[in-house]
Design a protein around this ligand. Structure first.
Ligand code: ATP
Ligand code: MG
Length: 139
């Protein structure tokens, strides 16, 4: 059975353009409940750890540099079938291929600067949520 939690980050491009409010509004209007949320600035080391699965990819350096270039907003979200439902809401990785009305179509500028992250499995949602939040920070 699909899980009810996913993890997201509003990425530095979107936070710096002041899209945080509009993106959170779209997320809440789509029926997600915010379980935990905070704004923070990742060090390059922490960003590298988060994206360690992509270590061997050619874009890893660029990705780590970008994700540590400014503030992000991290959150755990709850909804039925959360992971799949949220990936649908954010749209394709490359905003040029994202469906109309998706968060990446509306707010992302490029494949590298694509506004938002969404977990790709229940297992990764749990790992990623635990990376950022303790039990005391979840409601
Ligand atoms: P995310 O994990 O951030 O939600 P995703 O699951 O849609 O994105 P991944 O394949 O996990 O995509 O890639 C992680 C991130 O690395 C992407 O969001 C994108 O910003 C960047 N990325 C992926 N492929 C490329 C590429 N070919 N060139 C540059 N950056 C890329
Ligand atoms: Mg991914």
């Amino acid at each position: 059975m699909a899980g009810t939690l996913t993890f997201t980050m509003i990425k530095p491009d979107a936070v710096s353009k002041n899209y945080t409010g509009a993106i959170l509004q779209q997320i809440c209007e789509a029926g997600f409940r915010i379980v935990a949320m905070k704004q923070l600035h990742l060090s390059a080391a922490k960003a590298g750890e988060f994206y360690a699965v992509h270590k061997e990819r050619p874009f890893y350096g660029e990705l780590v540099e970008f994700m540590s270039s400014g503030h992000i907003v991290a959150a755990i979200l709850e909804k039925e079938n959360a992971v799949e439902s949220f990936r649908k809401l954010i749209g394709a990785t490359n905003p040029a291929n994202a469906e109309e009305g998706t968060i990446r179509k509306r707010f992302a500028e490029s494949l590298g600067k694509n506004a938002i992250h969404g977990s790709d499995s229940d297992e990764n949602a749990a790992i990623e949520g635990n990376f950022f939040f303790s039990g005391l920070e979840r409601f």
